[in-house]
Design a protein around this ligand. Structure first.
Ligand SMILES: Nc1ncnc2c1ncn2[C@@H]1O[C@H](COP(=O)(O)OP(=O)(O)OP(=O)(O)O)[C@@H](O)[C@H]1O
Ligand SMILES: [Mg+2]
Length: 569
């Protein structure tokens, strides 16, 4: 007995087992059943392949989007602070993050599409050239205008998205103003909700108007230029039909001609469409490449000098000048002062004098325009940046309130000890946050902030204590505190400065404060005015000098005692 569907048989027969009698009806039925089965199998396979394609495409898309976001984050983490202080950078970041995510996969599928269409095109054009060179030429040329228009509109679309980036960022900002807890209080108090929504509407209107004009123009132009291809197609059919009428083509030829001509036209249109699509994807991807190519200017020198061990912690500013890239005037001008190892100095001065800038320069968040900053006699630009920052513990004026657990909020001050609860607790005691945290619902495991996990919200001063505790996670040689007590109550401030003597033991400490009760406890005080050190010495020395410090001090004291002070000598 032979198996069903053996290849060497011309017709299919089903053996019935009655002495070799075969029924032609049954043979035909069997053939049909078999064909139906084969077709069903092909259908099943096609839908399976479709499903597989959807799965891979979707996963590839998601994976690429996540990879792009991760690349953007990694690059952003390695960029200088000054990069983030420029609105153009935010636009670039937004474009790199949002406009490019889907492009790589689209580009890849464009390439595959191109290969596929090129194969069809190559086989059909050979056929068509042989059949009728004029038809081949028409098929080749007619889609070109649509391609040129498509490419031009691709570029215009990209320009539009660049133009819209600042608008979209402003809209996101307005949206955040009315949807984020930190802003909500003030927005409600001043009744700004409607105003911001109105502003959003105005910007959205401008954006939408331009987008609408562009989209209408793009698709109408696509239609108009595409009509050339359609007309050419129609003329081809007419030409072939006339040839048939004239008896120069058989009916079979007509079918072949028109099929080949349509196929060539379609494939050339597909190829050109893929090319202009790839051009457009590439334009958008250039945002990502532009971001990735942005260099961090503040980096370690090629051969960084090792940090001296043990580090004494002597800091010296030598004729330091510094100008913010966005500012015309110097924020720090010819600033020179020295902090001996283990000394505690206070930096005072009016708002905008340049105090915070001094701290930022010491942490090498910027490099001085002129002059040098020395740590133990070494220019900090010669040190490894990470090593330098690792030697500094501190708190900035605008410290961060992390939406994370209390333990993490403190522990983030030293990643290596993020899981060391004993150490975190010790740091919290130093920063004055231990009792506060211990009293929370889940102690150190309580999430802080209300963005995730039903966290606990802290008061302004409580957040500052947590930030201060974070600074004490590091056993660093240098301690820099920018207004560490600005929101602390009188008792907390008093206690902190009682502790500070002990906490700064064996460390060099620089702190900035507007509260003279705190400032006077420092070993030495540096008074900064318009970026320059104008007075320097202990509290007693500076009071005896009867200069700016004593005047500022008296002014603050008078607020408590009610005694009038002469503002200007
Ligand atoms: N990121 C920045 N970009 C541009 N200019 C800045 C930047 N930060 C500060 N400035 C400018 O530099 C000057 C000094 O600012 P700085 O923050 O050092 O003052 P400050 O002494 O700390 O003041 P405050 O007592 O208010 O904290 C100010 O005039 C300010 O306008
Ligand atoms: Mg400041």
């Amino acid at each position: 007995m032979r198996a069903l569907g053996q290849p060497d048989r011309t017709s299919l027969e089903i053996p019935l087992g009655f002495g070799g009698i075969r029924s032609p009806v049954l043979t035909t039925t069997a053939a049909i059943v078999l064909l139906a089965l084969v077709q069903a199998a092909i259908f099943a396979l096609t839908s399976l392949l479709d499903a597989v394609r959807s799965i891979t495409q979707q996963l590839l898309q998601d994976k690429t989007t996540l990879a792009v976001q991760r690349m953007v984050m990694e690059q952003a983490a390695s960029l200088d602070l000054s990069f983030f202080e420029d609105s153009a950078s935010y636009d670039l970041l937004r474009r790199a993050r949002e406009d490019t995510a889907t492009r790589p996969v689209m580009l890849v599928s464009g390439v595959f599409g191109l290969i596929q269409t090129t194969i069809v095109f190559a086989s059909m054009i050979t056929l068509l050239v042989a059949l009728g060179p004029v038809l081949a030429l028409i098929g080749l040329v007619s889609p070109i205008p649509a391609f040129v228009a498509g490419t031009r509109y691709g570029w215009l679309g990209y320009s539009l998205s660049r133009w819209a980036a600042p608008l979209q960022r402003r809209m996101q900002y307005l949206m955040a103003l009315v949807t984020t807890d930190t802003y909500a209080k003030e927005v409600k108090l001043f009744g700004l909700g409607r105003y911001f929504v109105g502003r959003f509407g105005l910007i959205a209107g401008a954006y939408y108007g331009r987008e609408r004009r562009f989209i209408t123009a793009r698709y109408l132009a696509g239609f108009l230029w595409g009509s050339i291809t359609t007309i050419a197609g129609g003329l081809t059919y007419l030409y072939v039909a006339l040839l048939a009428v004239a008896g120069r083509l058989t009916l079979g030829d007509v079918g072949l001609y028109t099929q080949a001509a349509a196929s060539v036209q379609n494939s050339i249109r597909g190829i050109l469409g893929d090319l202009s699509g790839m051009y457009e994807h590439n334009l958008y991807l250039s945002n990502l490449f532009e971001l990735l190519a942005t260099p961090g200017r503040i980096r370690s020198s090629i051969n960084p000098r090792p940090l001296p061990r043990p580090l004494r912690g002597e800091v010296e500013f030598q004729h330091v000048w510094f100008r913010y890239p966005s500012l015309d005037v110097f924020a720090v001008r010819d600033l020179s002062f020295r902090v001996a190892a283990g000394e505690t100095i206070a930096v005072v001065g009016r708002n905008g004098a340049g105090k915070t800038t001094v701290i930022k320069l010491l942490c090498r968040l910027y490099d001085p325009t002129r002059g040098r900053i020395l740590l133990d006699g070494i220019d900090i630009r010669e040190l490894d940046v990470d090593e330098l920052r690792g030697a500094i513990a501190g708190m900035f004026q605008d410290y961060v309130a992390y939406q994370a657990t209390a333990a993490e909020n403190v522990g983030l001050g030293n990643l290596d000890d993020l899981d060391d609860r004993a150490r975190i607790e010790a740091a919290a005691r130093k920063g004055g946050a231990h009792h506060l945290i211990a009293g929370l619902r889940r102690g150190y495991d309580t999430p802080l902030g209300t963005w995730f996990d039903h966290g606990a919200q802290l008061s302004g001063g409580e957040w500052q204590r947590v930030a201060l505790s974070r600074a004490f996670m590091r056993d660093a040689r240098l301690l820099v505190l920018d207004e560490p007590t600005s929101t602390l109550d009188a008792q907390a401030e008093y206690e902190l400065f009682e502790r500070l003597r002990r906490l700064t033991e064996g460390r060099t400490a620089i702190y900035i404060s507007h509260r003279f009760s705190t400032v006077r406890r420092a070993d030495r005080i540096v008074v900064i005015e318009r970026g320059r050190a104008v007075e320097e010495g202990s509290h007693e020395v500076l009071m005896a000098l009867a200069g700016r410090y004593s005047r500022l001090f008296d002014m603050q004291a008078s607020a408590y005692t009610g005694k009038a002070v002469k503002l200007w000598p």
